[in-house]
Design a binder for this molecule. Structure first.
Ligand SMILES: [Fe+2]
Length: 354
């Protein structure tokens, strides 16, 4: 059983959920009207057909390796004994506290210089510009996945198929992305998508559905709003209708996009390859209310992360990383390498207008 959990900060900073009441959170249609008969001749055709797509070679291998090195240096900056060359140190006690062994949201990591460098990679911004057909985008302050395979987690690890869109929201409203930095094959920890499930979202949720009772479900006081946990028979429901669970194998520099209505989870790593990835999500600025933009500014200025959603559900990640029942001694509230605050960073943060 894992000894690491998170808890909710209750003083001096906004309570979880404080920014959740505004805006367009329950729009019930696509936020952009796409011409379904249009043929793009690129990854958009697959994306609009299946709700997900893999885009090869978005970053060069060299650029991907740069991010691997930065992520390893970040892990080592905690001085907890982690050594990338010594697998005996690939244990929770030598690593910063994460979710499910590798998802890093705490310690201001979502505003590290490397995180903003990845978000502002021109080839990544270009994907979202093409997708949404506008250059006026804002980004979420989402986390990283740095996952050294940890044998002591293998027994307690369970998949948690979920989607990151509230069933009350209908239509395509957010599209999540993941840039992959290290080789990621069949046995490595990585993204599993239920291909085609986004298109069946309305049909599935046409009747009342009960969430799966998963051990990793967030406590009720943390209202994620855009999270639905599926149970085993739901997985079968989608498979019976022609959807397929696919582990997305990726080379360094590949990028995967999925409609937030898509069922997904991460596969447990079985090899000896450390997973290195970052979640990146952008939507048009025009989707956001003034309150949402204000909330983003607050998060940016205080180095808080957010949910995957760039334009709404801007929930400051105020939870402190907990280790053995206490706040992790290595807890920090600022990045070790602060981002270079360019106009592009401010625009994507929603602070500077286009
Ligand atoms: Fe997710």
């Amino acid at each position: 059983m894992s000894t690491t959990t998170t808890t909710t900060e209750t003083k001096a900073v906004p309570k979880a959920g404080e920014y959740m009441t505004f805006g367009t959170q329950y729009e019930t249609k696509d936020l952009i009207d796409f011409d379904s008969s249009k043929v793009y001749g690129d990854w958009r055709d697959d994306f609009h057909k299946y709700g997900c797509t893999l885009i090869k070679g978005v970053l060069s291998k060299e650029r991907a390796q740069y991010y691997v090195n930065k992520q390893l240096a970040w892990l080592q900056s905690f001085n907890l004994g982690f050594d990338p060359n010594d697998q005996s140190t690939w244990k929770a006690e030598h690593l910063p506290v994460s979710f499910k062994g590798g998802m890093m949201f705490s310690y201001a990591v979502t505003h590290e210089k490397m995180a903003w460098e990845a978000r502002t990679e021109p080839a990544i911004v270009d994907i979202f510009e093409k997708l949404w057909e506008t250059p006026e985008l804002i980004a979420s302050f989402d986390g990283l996945n740095i996952f050294p395979p940890q044998k002591d987690l293998a027994k307690s690890w369970t998949p948690w198929p979920h989607c990151d869109q509230n069933p009350e929201r209908k239509g395509m409203q957010a599209v999540q992305g993941l840039i992959n930095f290290a080789p990621n094959g069949e046995n490595d920890g990585g993204l599993v998508l239920m291909k085609g499930s986004a298109k069946l979202f309305n049909e599935f949720f046409a009747r009342e559905r009960e969430q799966g009772d998963h051990e990793d479900a967030p406590p009720p006081e943390i209202k994620f709003m855009d999270l639905f946990l599926f149970n085993k028979r739901d997985v079968k429901w989608f498979e019976d209708r022609g959807c397929e669970l696919v582990k997305i194998n990726m080379e360094p520099g590949d990028f995967v996009l999925w409609d937030s209505r898509t069922m997904h989870y991460a596969k447990f790593p079985e090899g000896d390859q450390i997973r290195h990835a970052q979640y990146i999500c952008m939507t048009p600025r025009k989707f956001a209310t003034e309150e949402a933009l204000e909330a983003k500014k607050f998060c940016f200025e205080n180095y808080y992360g957010t949910t995957h959603w760039p334009h709404c559900n801007v929930r400051p990640s105020t939870e402190k990383p907990m280790r053995n029942g206490e706040v992790c001694p290595a807890y920090r509230t600022e990045p070790i390498e602060k981002p270079v605050v360019t106009d592009k960073v401010l625009q994507l943060a929603g602070i500077k207008e286009y």
